[in-house]
Write a protein that binds this ligand. Structure first.
Ligand code: FNR
Length: 341
């Protein structure tokens, strides 16, 4: 049952990547061009630090999959690309492992292929501390993601319908995990109010995981006989909207959801993300061309990221937040409605 769901998610997410729909709010973010702002490429460091974590690059492969034979092979290929490029990588939800030890290898293959890399295990907010620790141990994980996905569960025919335990459970996992915990959405975004609540629960970093890319309302509607919840397909806040909303929440944030190219990475960093993740695009790249294609894509992005930072005069990712950014159209309306300067 879980294995079929994992295969469905990959299939429908890949279809979405090949047929993107709608406006991406990253296009409402542009830089004021300062012709004398440029610096020397040799002076640039991509190192980023947040919530007690240091990464050599501000880019990561975000949570996707595992739990079936097919997705085990995808995890292997993603992990090979992470190992070759040095980017951190997250597993997909490890609920399938808690349900059946036999699928352990579809996750642990990522550690085998990437023995020294930064690996993030992934659990849902219902997980007990014991399960969270089992996930961390299996992966020898450097950090843990907890995903919040109430809208996905709502549209999923077999999804959870009880969310009240999530808050207390997050506090317990943070206290007992033994590694940094990153709380994330799955493509509907985290609001400022949610970030403030997470901070009170002891969380030290969150991934806003906003809308604009992989859309789990659409995926779960596609998995139903009838798309009963298609009215939720536009739910949530975009990643740039979330990053703007997060300013002042007092919690370092990562930016993911709808990231298409290095300019979106730079935009997200300029809006305050400490690092930027992508899932769906990296998935289709590895499905189409295997590890070599994903290695080439990520290496190219890191190279172009340095090129853009050189022209913008940012010596490191944090300095990008000093750039002059223009916000237009729907994103500007969002800022006005949420009293963001
Ligand atoms: C996901 N995502 C996800 N997130 C999570 O925390 N646990 C999970 O198990 C999954 N599963 C999953 C499967 C597939 C096939 C995809 C493409 C994605 C969500 C992911 O981490 C991310 O938040 C969203 O995909 C939005 O980012 P992109 O795809 O727009 O870059």
């Amino acid at each position: 049952m879980i294995a079929n769901r994992k295969d469905d998610h990959v299939r429908f997410a890949a279809e979405q990547q090949r047929r993107p729909d709608g406006h991406n709010q990253f296009d409402d973010v542009s830089f004021v061009h300062h012709a004398l702002a440029g610096i020397d490429r040799a002076d640039i460091s991509l190192t980023t630090r947040f919530g007690g974590i240091e990464w050599p690059v501000p880019l990561y492969i975000n949570a996707m999959t595992g739990g079936s034979a097919k997705t085990g092979l995808i995890n292997r290929d993603l992990a090979i690309a992470a190992q070759e490029t040095g980017v951190p990588i997250a597993t997909g939800s490890m609920s399938a492992y808690f349900a059946d030890d036999a699928v352990a290898d579809t996750f642990s293959v990522m550690r085998r292929e990437n023995p020294k890399g930064f690996i993030i295990a992934n659990v849902n907010a219902n997980a007990t501390v014991d399960k969270a620790r089992r996930a961390i141990d299996l992966m020898e994980a450097d950090a843990l993601q907890i995903h919040l996905n109430s809208i996905q569960e709502t549209v999923m025919p077999e999804g959870d319908r009880a969310f009240s335990s999530w808050e207390p459970q997050i506090g317990k996992i943070v206290a007992g995990a033994g590694v940094p915990v990153i709380v994330k959405e799955v493509g509907f975004g985290l609001s400022r109010e949610t970030l403030e609540r997470l901070r009170e629960l002891g969380v030290t970093v969150a991934d806003v995981a906003g809308s604009g890319g992989t859309n789990f309302a659409r995926i779960e509607n596609d998995r139903r006989d009838r798309a009963d919840y298609s009215f939720l397909n536009g739910w949530g806040q975009s990643t740039p909207a979330c990053l703007l909303d997060a300013q002042g929440a007092g919690l370092p944030v990562l930016g993911s959801g709808g990231v298409r190219h290095p300019l979106d990475v730079v935009r997200a960093l300029a809006l305050g993300a400490s690092a930027v993740g992508a899932s769906g695009l990296f998935l289709t790249t590895v499905l189409d061309g295997g590890p070599p294609a994903l290695i080439a894509l990520i290496s190219g992005w890191l190279d172009q990221l340095k090129a853009l930072m050189t022209a913008l005069g940012a010596r490191n990712p944090a300095e990008l937040t000093r750039c002059d950014v223009l916000i237009s159209d729907g994103l500007r309306d969002f800022c006005a409605d949420r009293d963001i300067d």
